[in-house]
Design a protein around this ligand. Structure first.
Ligand SMILES: C[S@@+](CC[C@H](N)C(=O)[O-])C[C@H]1O[C@@H](n2cnc3c(N)ncnc32)[C@H](O)[C@@H]1O
Length: 195
């Protein structure tokens, strides 16, 4: 798809995409994150929004042309690094307090999906946030709909489902890694002593 155009899904122009990205970052429960990982970043439109909330963002895509476009579109943000990487075969060192899996998981077969989710939970710090987003209409090359993947994600061991936003077109979920004592992290209101 990237052979014919730099941005095959018109991610920067479509109001549908821009609204969904804004909803995604608005749903993140912490105002600020230290180290985020965004695999399958495509041309970096969600990456740009994550940059405003994170000290550092590591974004990657398996397609070199997408990486190059994402590097250009995030060049004003020195805290963003974009690398060519295919997950889960390639996975970054270290841990993250935010991982974003947006419009990726429906491409993965069951074994690869399990591996990606295992890597994700392991790389997420206790109390860290996992944001997941998926298109919800059937597509020939998608192995599952958003709702199907959301059911799997809602049962992830070691994780707490904080938010589950359903629309006809997409599903957005916010998951949090449980703390070592098995408790969930505080809600945004609890963090500020409101609840
Ligand atoms: C539909 S785009 C999603 C872009 C972006 N995450 C968003 O939400 O708008 C899917 C992207 O996933 C990338 N991709 C697919 N499988 C991948 C993998 N195993 N590792 C890294 N990137 C992958 C593709 O190259 C493509 O750029």
């Amino acid at each position: 798809m990237y052979r014919h155009t730099a941005d095959p899904w018109h991610l920067a122009e479509r109001w549908y995409e821009r609204r969904k990205y804004d909803l995604t970052v608005a749903a993140l429960p912490q105002e600020h994150y230290r180290r985020a990982f965004e695999p399958a970043c495509s041309v970096g439109e969600l990456t740009r929004r994550l940059a405003t909330r994170c000290d550092t963002v590591l974004a990657c895509d398996r397609v070199a042309d997408a990486v190059s476009t994402a590097q250009q579109r995030t060049s004003e943000f020195p805290q963003v690094t974009v690398q060519q990487m295919t997950i889960p075969e390639q996975w970054p060192e270290g841990t993250f307090d935010l991982i974003v899996l947006s419009e990726l998981l429906y491409y993965l077969d069951a074994a690869t999906l399990n591996s990606v989710l295992e890597h994700t939970v392991t790389a997420l710090e206790p109390g860290g946030t996992l944001a997941t987003v998926h298109w919800n209409h059937p597509v020939d090359e998608h192995l599952s709909t958003g709702s199907g993947i959301a059911e799997t994600l809602a049962r992830l061991p070691g994780m707490h489902l904080l938010a589950d936003h359903r629309e006809n077109d997409f599903v957005l979920q916010i998951h949090q890694r449980l703390r070592p004592d098995g408790s969930r992290p505080p809600t945004p209101a609890e963090r500020e002593g409101l609840a």
